[in-house]
Structures are given as structure tokens and as C-alpha cells.
Design a protein around this ligand. Structure first.
Ligand code: G3P
Ligand code: MG
Length: 255
């Protein structure tokens, strides 16, 4: 499936400098601040609810001992996903995948959905359920990119669909990364910028679009763009100083 171009600044978990990560407020804040693509994390709870959360437990809400695998949708609905961030967002609910997809459609924002496999639950089942949710959104597939650190999850997704756009996530890029992306017919490769060398970035970005997490400062952004990196996951993707670096880079490319 053709993938619409991603911008150089992708909202990491929405716009988490202004609103609690992975919530509807974070998506809306990103959209209101002109961010065109966002990355969000989805995982699964004990009753197979798909919820927009980074961790398989409640550490973000200061309850690290509560595992998602032990919770159902009713319990998740009682969690305050905003108060930890600020009083302004007290009462912000956790966002479920189905509601997230509806909001993404309504706002028109591009979506990089990162599957966080809950290690306490079955991998294939999590992918099956996410894929089932996506069935109602096939008309948006050119601006949906599914990524994961879990190669088994991505392999299973690819077995379910030839057309879905896949991004392969690595913390540290392994030497066989391009074999993996090729096998998965991936559209992009994503990695932790802190482990990336100039030589590796140039090699990878020659082969396919390369996106790095998490970049919040102008110096790193400038460096990565000059190394051929297509874009970065950023906690403040609306920031003028970062946008100025992107603009400067685009002018250099045209010259
Ligand atoms: O998808 C890029 C990035 O979000 C991966 O790391 O831990 O922030 O989900 P993390
Ligand atoms: Mg993520």
C-alpha cells in the first residue's frame, strides 16, 4: 500500500509536552498544534480490550504492581489517565483503540500505531484483535503505519495482510535489519537514535525511510537529518526551533 509521506517531526505519543501521552487530549492537542502525524502505543488488557498505553502495567499512574493482564475494560475506565500529568487534565480517561481510530479518522491526522505486545498475553491474539479493529479503516491505510519491536507480531500481521504498511522498530539496529525489513515487506525502519552511527544511518536511509526516536533538541535533529534520517519521533513536534531546523534542511536539499 502506498504510504503518504510522513513529516520530519512526528508527534511521539501525541503531544506529550502539552497533554498526557496516548490520550484523546494528546491527539487533539497534536492536531490543534498543526502536527500532521502522530505515533501512539497500543496494548492489550486481560479481557482483550485494546487500550492506548505504553506499559503492560500501571506504572504511569504510580501503581506499578497492577498488571494490565489482570484488568478488564470496566477497571480501565476507572483509571484517571490525566491527573499524573497535571490537575488540568484530571479525569482524562484512558483511550481505547476503537475510539482512538475514530478520532484519528475525524481529525485526519496520520497514524503510526506502535503495537506494544503485552508479554503476559498471547502475541498473535493481540495482533489479530488490532487487525480486526483496523478493518473498518481500510480507506485510511495510506496514512496508517503499524510498527512494533516484536518481529513475531509484525510477521503475524504480514501473514494477515499484504497491504498494511509496516515499520520495523529496533532499539539497536542489528546487522541483519535489512533482511528483516525485506522479509516483512516493511515500508520503514525505526530505531533509537542514541545507538545510531553516521555510517549506519547513511546505509539504512539509502535503503528505506529511517525514523528515529526520541528527539527533542535541535542539535540532534540537525545531525540526524544530515545523516539521511527521514524523520523523528518528538515530544514537542510543534516547537518552532525544531521546525526551523527542518525548514533549513529542506532548503539545503533543494539547493
Ligand atoms: O515508536 C517509536 C518509539 O515510541 C518507541 O519507543 O518506548 O517511546 O514506545 P517508546
Ligand atoms: Mg511508542
Amino acid at each position: 500500500m502506498n504510504l503518504a509521506p510522513l513529516p520530519a517531526l512526528i508527534g511521539h505519543r501525541g503531544l506529550p509536552s502539552l497533554a498526557p501521552e496516548n490520550t484523546a487530549a494528546s491527539i487533539q492537542s497534536a492536531v490543534d498544534n498543526g502536527i500532521e502525524w502522530i505515533e501512539l502505543d497500543v496494548t492489550m488488557a486481560g479481557d482483550e480490550s485494546l487500550v492506548m498505553m505504553h506499559d503492560p502495567d500501571c506504572r504511569l499512574f504510580k501503581q506499578p504492581d497492577i498488571k494490565l493482564a489482570k484488568l478488564n475494560k470496566d477497571a480501565l475506565k476507572k483509571i484517571d489517565a490525566g491527573r499524573w500529568f497535571s490537575d488540568e487534565f484530571a479525569g482524562e480517561p484512558l483511550l481505547f483503540c476503537e475510539d482512538m481510530l475514530a478520532l484519528v479518522r475525524k481529525t485526519g491526522v496520520g497514524l503510526n500505531l506502535e503495537i506494544k505486545i503485552n508479554p503476559d498475553l498471547d502475541t498473535q491474539r493481540q495482533v489479530d484483535l488490532i487487525w480486526a479493529e483496523l478493518q473498518s479503516y481500510t480507506e485510511m491505510f495510506d496514512r496508517i503505519l503499524i510498527s512494533s519491536f516484536s518481529i513475531p507480531a509484525l510477521s503475524h500481521l504480514r501473514s494477515l495482510s499484504d497491504v498494511i504498511n509496516i515499520g520495523v522498530l529496533f532499539e539497536k539496529v542489528p546487522s541483519n535489519a535489512l533482511e528483516i525489513t525485506s522479509t516483512l515487506k516493511a515500508a520503514s525502519l525505526h530505531c533509537d537514535q542514541s545507538h545510531l552511527s553516521q555510517e549506519l544511518a547513511l546505509t539504512l536511509s539509502e535503503a528505506m525511510p529511517l525514523y528515529c526516536y526520541t528527539v527533542n533538541d535541535t542539535v540532534t535533529l540537525h545531525k540526524l537529518l544530515s545523516w539521511g534520517v527521514s524523520g523523528v519521533f518528538c515530544d514537542r513536534a510543534n516547537a518552532d526551533d525544531l521546525k526551523a531546523i527542518v525548514k533549513e534542511h529542506q532548503l539545503t536539499q533543494k539547493a
